[in-house]
Design a protein around this ligand. Structure first.
Ligand SMILES: [Zn+2]
Length: 470
């Protein structure tokens, strides 16, 4: 099915211009004016921006945590993502010590393959480095196309890896061509502070933030960056929440270390005071790293604007308030960590960033799509508007105004962290490989139609063969 998108303003990470797009067999085949093709459907994008579909490099769909499982799975999560203008998610595949990596990856394929309504890929969690893992990793990269590893420096006795494991992961990633992602918080000190808080009878949600101070994120970020530099390897710091951590990244980059950073919508518009909401509602805002004192927001905007942080993930990890967040009533350490962020990622960055003059429109596209495509081996198949690229496109009304609410969102979870927030800018229609998933704000896609994406090695130009879908 051919389509021509007319009357829109094309926006990429580099350019903003008026043009028409011809889409054939799921790809952009012509960019120009007065395009025509026999049998092509005309899509009118008058008054709208047309930019590459968002790539969310940080999601947790159908993920077990603390005796429960995230409310949104690959079906509801990817449908909500599509409504928000995201056409690819890269989800974290969790592993268990002693278990073959291929079993964990198989588990994640089973979670996703009949449910995802948009394209998807996986990062692989590394919890240990031993001969079995080292023997398996080349296959993970070459056959599964999983070219990014995730190491947790926090969640002691659950996910946390020790420094030797982290350092050896950097060494291994350099050899194999993978990007190492870290959750940077000092889990040992957090473990001590949380035990002490509980002993002193401090059980409310706010103690989640007070026992994970920004110094511990800054320290872990600096440690990971030094390890990466020492190993001559590459680091991507997920969910940077505070000035301290952003400063450690800036420092490392100034030394020439290959260190990248991501922040998320929640850290730009919410702050630590949300954890003090009465009636246990503060639990809705419990995730890690925690929300920070408000002054950090300006530092994060500066880091986005100046290029210290290059990507914008959601850290989608949703739990209902009723029945799930409530597990931590009377003990903040039992509140499942995470929030529902997948749907409002683009709109919040557009509304608060572009509309308020903090970042440019082209930076917006780079942050939400292009840079993630480049760092995670999907470019130029994904992440841009170019001839030969997949027609993953958002038709976006930059002037639409709405109020974010759980009443109207598409996630399965029972609250929205941005409830009541007025935003400007809204995806009207969204297509994946030339097919509408959302059209005129209605879901017209199909769960299971999303394709698994094998990704190229870190910093390696991608070829068509490497992105074969299964
Ligand atoms: Zn996460």
């Amino acid at each position: 099915m051919k389509k021509i998108i007319k009357n829109g303003t094309i926006v990429t990470a580099a350019d903003t211009y008026q043009a028409e797009l011809l889409i054939e067999d799921g790809k952009i085949t012509q960019i120009g004016s007065n395009l025509s093709a026999a049998g092509a459907e005309i899509v009118d994008a008058k008054g709208c921006l047309v930019f590459p579909g968002g790539i969310d490099p940080h999601t947790h769909l159908d993920m077990p945590f603390g005796g429960t499982v995230t409310k949104d799975d690959f079906e509801t999560g990817t449908i909500a993502a599509a409504f928000g203008g995201t056409t690819t998610v890269i989800d974290f595949c969790l592993t268990n010590k002693g278990e073959p990596l291929k079993n964990a990856i198989q588990t994640w394929h089973e979670k996703a393959n009949r449910k995802a309504a948009i394209d998807y890929s996986f990062h692989l969690m590394i919890s240990e480095i031993n001969d079995d893992v080292l023997n398996e990793l080349p296959q993970v990269i070459n056959e599964e196309g999983i070219t990014s590893f995730k190491v947790f420096m926090a969640y002691k006795n659950v996910f946390q890896a020790d420094d030797e494991t982290l350092f050896r992961t950097f060494v291994t990633a350099k050899e194999l061509g993978a990007l190492v992602m870290v959750h940077a918080e000092n889990g040992d000190v957090i473990d001590y502070l949380t035990k002490k808080a509980l002993e002193e009878g401090n059980t409310d949600p706010i103690y989640h933030a007070l026992t994970r101070p920004p110094e511990l994120e800054g320290e872990a970020t600096g440690r990971a960056a030094r390890f990466a530099g020492l190993a001559g390897s590459q680091l991507y710091v997920v969910h940077v929440s505070c000035a301290d951590a952003a400063n450690r990244i800036a420092e490392a980059r100034s030394k020439g270390y290959e260190v990248w950073g991501e922040t998320c919508p929640q850290y730009l518009v919410l702050d630590q005071s949300y954890l003090e909401k009465p009636n246990f509602e503060g639990a809705k805002y419990v995730w890690s790293p925690p929300l920070r004192e408000k002054w950090n927001q300006e530092a994060l905007w500066h880091a986005l604007r100046s290029g210290t942080l290059q990507t914008f993930g959601s850290d989608q990890c949703s739990f209902d308030f009723k029945g799930q967040k409530e597990l931590g009533f009377g003990d903040f350490t039992k509140i499942p960590n995470g929030g529902p962020m997948i749907e409002d990622r683009l709109t919040i960055l557009f509304s608060e960033g572009v509309k308020k003059g903090r970042i440019s429109l082209n930076q917006f596209v780079d942050l939400t799509s292009t840079r993630a495509a480049k760092l995670f081996g999907l470019f130029p198949k994904k992440g841009t508007v170019a001839i030969g690229a997949d027609a993953d496109l958002v038709i976006f009304d930059p002037n639409a105004e709405r109020v974010i609410s759980a009443e109207t969102h598409h996630m399965a979870v029972d609250y929205n962290a941005f409830e009541g927030m007025k935003v400007t800018g809204e995806p009207i229609s969204v297509m994946v490989r030339g097919e509408f998933v959302v059209r005129d704000k209605q879901f017209v896609g199909k769960p299971g139609s999303g394709q698994y994406l094998k990704r190229a090695k870190y910093n390696t130009p991608i070829t068509e063969n490497e992105t074969m879908s299964i």
